[in-house]
Design a protein around this ligand. Structure first.
Ligand code: ADP
Length: 510
C-alpha cells in the first residue's frame, strides 16, 4: 500500500477504547486494504480539531451537519443512522422536553445533538424551557455526571447510551431527537483524503451488501440490531422511531399547551389579586383620608369660622386688642390649612414621580443659619442650639426651598412633640462626601419598633397622651421623598433613649 501503509490514523474514545461497532468496521476496512491503524486518543472536540488540522486522517462516528461540511469531508456512504436520547438520574421524572425546566443537563461539547439545527439547545428554545447546560468532553462524563448527581439529566447518542446505560444510575427518558446519518469524516487538508474516501466508500458498500459481514455481526453484537435486509436502518425501526418521535412531540406539545394555559391563568390570577389588593388599599386609604383630613381640616376651619363670626357680630363691642387677637387666630388657622393642603399636594406629586428639584449650588451653613433665625421667630419659647462644622463645609447642589421645607418640617415636629424641655439642637457636618443635617429634641421620643414606620405615608405613632397632637402623618414621608430625590437618606435615632433625632444626608459637591 506504499504511501498509505501506516495510515489511516483513527481516533478512539477518551478511554482509548478501540472495541465496538466502529472499530470493528474500521479494522475490517483497514485489513482489506492492508493498512495499519494508529489510534489517537482524545476528547471529541480535540479529535475534531486534530482532524481539521490534518493531524489525523479519519474520524469515525461523525454526524453530518452544514457547519461540519465546511470543516471536513465526509464519506459518501453513510455508515448507519442514529439519534440522540435524554437520560435522567434515577428518581428524576422526565417525560418530555418541558420537564427539563430548571434542570442541569450534561451534554457533549461541540456535538450536533447540542449545537445543530435539531440539537437540544434549539429544541429547548422552541419550547421556551429554561435549563442549564453543563458541557463536558465525552459521553462517559455525561453519564458520570448524572450518576453523581452533578447533573439531573444528560444527552448521549443512542448507541453509546444503549451500551453503557446499565453501568450507571441513569434512566432512559422518552425524549428522542436529532436523527442523523453517521459517516466517516476526513481531513480537508490531506492529499490522501480523496483516495481514502473512495476506498472507505467501496468497502463500506461491500460490507453493507453482505449480510454475513462483520458490519452486521458487529451491529448485532454491540447494538442488538439484527440485519433484516439491505437497509441500514431497519424499516420497523424507522417507523418505530418516527412514531416514538411523533408521540413524544404530541405529548410535549400537549404538556406545553397545558402548562402555558396554567401559567397564563396563574399570571391572570396574580394580576387580579394584586389589583384587588390595590383596591382594598385604596379603599382603606380613602376612608383614612376622609377621617383624618376632615378632622385635621375641621379644627382650623372652626377657628376661622368662630373668630370671623365673632368679628362680624361683635366687632363694635370688641376692643382693639381683642380684634387683633381674633385676626391673629384666623391668620394662624389659615396658615395651618395652607400647610395641610400643600402636604396633600406634595404627597400626590411625590407618589406620581412629578416632584421636580431645582437644584443650585448652595452654602449649607448660610442656609441653616437662615432656617434657625426664622425658627427662633416662629417659636420664641424654644432655645435653638447649633452645631455647625465651620468653615470646612463644602457646597452642595440642592433645591433650597425643598430642603428648607424638610428642615422646617423636622423643626415643627420637634416643637410639636416636645413637652417640658423646650430645647432643639440643629447640626450640619460633612463626612465621606456627604453633608449630615440633624434636628434633635428632648420630647416624647419614638419607640424603636416604630423607627421605620414613621417615614411611611400617613403613618402616625399612637398617641397615649390626652392632648393628642394634630397632623396628617405626611411630613416625614414627604421629607423622605425630597431627601431621596437629592440622592440622600433619612433616618431616626433616639439619643440616650430620650427625645428624637432625625438625620438626613445630601451628597456634597466635593
Ligand atoms: P405628623 O403630621 O403626624 O407629625 P409626620 O410624618 O411628620 O406626621 O410624623 C409621623 C409620626 O412620627 C408622627 O405622627 C409622630 O408620631 C412621629 N414623630 C415625628 N417626629 C417626631 C418627634 N420629633 N418626636 C416624636 N415623635 C415624632
Amino acid at each position: 500500500m506504499g504511501l498509505y501503509e501506516n495510515r489511516p490514523k483513527i481516533f478512539t474514545d477518551a478511554k482509548g477504547n478501540a472495541s465496538g461497532f466502529w472499530p470493528d468496521v474500521t479494522k475490517e476496512i483497514a485489513s482489506r486494504m492492508g493498512w495499519k491503524i494508529r489510534y489517537f486518543h482524545g476528547t471529541w472536540e480535540e479529535c475534531l480539531n486534530k482532524l481539521e488540522t490534518n493531524q489525523i486522517d479519519v474520524m469515525p462516528d461523525v454526524a453530518y451537519s452544514e457547519e461540519r461540511s465546511t470543516r471536513f469531508y465526509f464519506s459518501n456512504e453513510p455508515v448507519y443512522v442514529s439519534w440522540s436520547l435524554v437520560y435522567a438520574r434515577k428518581g428524576v421524572d422526565i417525560q418530555s422536553i418541558i420537564d427539563l425546566e430548571r434542570k442541569k443537563v450534561a451534554v457533549l461539547r461541540g456535538s450536533v445533538n447540542v449545537e445543530g439545527p435539531e440539537g437540544i439547545k434549539k429544541l429547548i428554545d422552541t419550547f421556551h424551557v429554561n435549563c442549564t447546560f453543563l458541557e463536558v468532553d465525552s459521553y462517559l462524563r455525561v453519564f458520570e455526571m448524572i450518576d453523581s448527581g452533578e447533573a439531573d439529566a444528560g444527552v448521549t447518542s443512542k448507541d453509546f447510551g444503549h451500551i453503557h446505560e446499565a453501568e450507571y444510575q441513569v434512566n432512559r427518558t422518552p425524549i428522542i431527537f436529532s436523527p442523523s446519518s453517521l459517516y466517516y469524516a476526513f481531513s480537508k487538508d490531506s492529499s490522501a483524503t480523496p483516495y481514502l474516501i473512495e476506498k472507505f466508500d467501496t468497502y463500506l458498500k461491500q460490507l453493507k451488501g453482505d449480510q454475513g459481514s462483520i458490519y452486521y455481526h458487529s451491529m448485532e453484537n454491540w447494538m442488538g440490531i439484527k440485519p433484516t435486509g439491505k437497509s441500514v436502518l431497519p424499516t420497523w425501526m424507522f417507523w418505530m422511531f418516527i412514531s416514538i418521535l411523533g408521540l413524544a412531540f404530541v405529548f410535549a406539545l400537549m404538556s406545553f399547551t397545558q402548562r402555558s394555559k396554567v401559567k397564563t391563568r396563574t399570571k391572570e390570577l396574580a394580576v387580579e389579586i394584586s389589583e384587588r389588593k390595590k383596591y382594598e388599599e385604596m379603599d382603606k386609604l380613602k376612608s383614612y383620608l376622609l377621617s383624618v383630613v376632615s378632622h385635621e381640616l375641621r379644627t382650623p376651619l372652626s377657628t376661622v369660622k368662630g373668630y370671623s363670626t365673632m368679628l362680624i357680630d361683635y366687632h363694635d363691642k370688641m376692643d382693639e386688642q381683642e380684634r387683633l387677637n381674633s385676626l391673629t387666630a384666623i391668620d394662624k388657622a389659615a396658615d395651618r390649612l395652607v400647610r395641610l393642603v400643600d402636604q396633600l399636594l406634595d404627597m400626590s406629586r411625590i407618589e406620581a414621580g412629578l416632584i421636580k428639584m431645582e437644584k443650585e449650588l448652595t452654602d449649607p451653613v448660610h442656609l441653616i443659619q437662615q432656617i434657625i433665625q426664622e425658627a427662633r421667630v416662629r417659636f420664641p419659647e424654644f432655645r435653638f442650639e447649633t452645631d455647625i462644622e465651620k468653615p470646612n463645609l463644602p457646597m452642595a447642589r440642592l433645591d433650597v426651598n425643598r430642603i428648607r421645607q424638610v428642615m422646617d418640617n423636622l423643626i415643627d415636629n420637634a416643637v410639636k412633640y416636645s413637652e417640658n424641655i423646650k430645647k432643639i439642637d440643629i447640626s450640619v457636618a460633612c463626612l465621606d462626601s456627604s453633608l449630615f443635617f440633624s434636628v434633635t429634641d428632648y420630647g416624647i421620643g419614638i419607640p424603636e419598633s416604630e423607627h421605620n414606620n414613621i417615614f411611611e405615608r400617613m403613618y402616625r405613632v399612637e398617641q397615649k397622651t390626652p392632648s393628642a397632637k394634630p397632623g396628617l402623618g405626611l411630613g416625614l414621608s414627604i421629607s423622605k421623598g425630597i431627601v431621596e430625590a437629592h440622592g440622600g437618606h433619612i433616618w431616626v435615632e433616639s439619643p440616650s433613649g430620650q427625645g428624637t433625632r432625625i438625620i438626613f444626608t445630601i451628597p456634597a459637591n466635593a
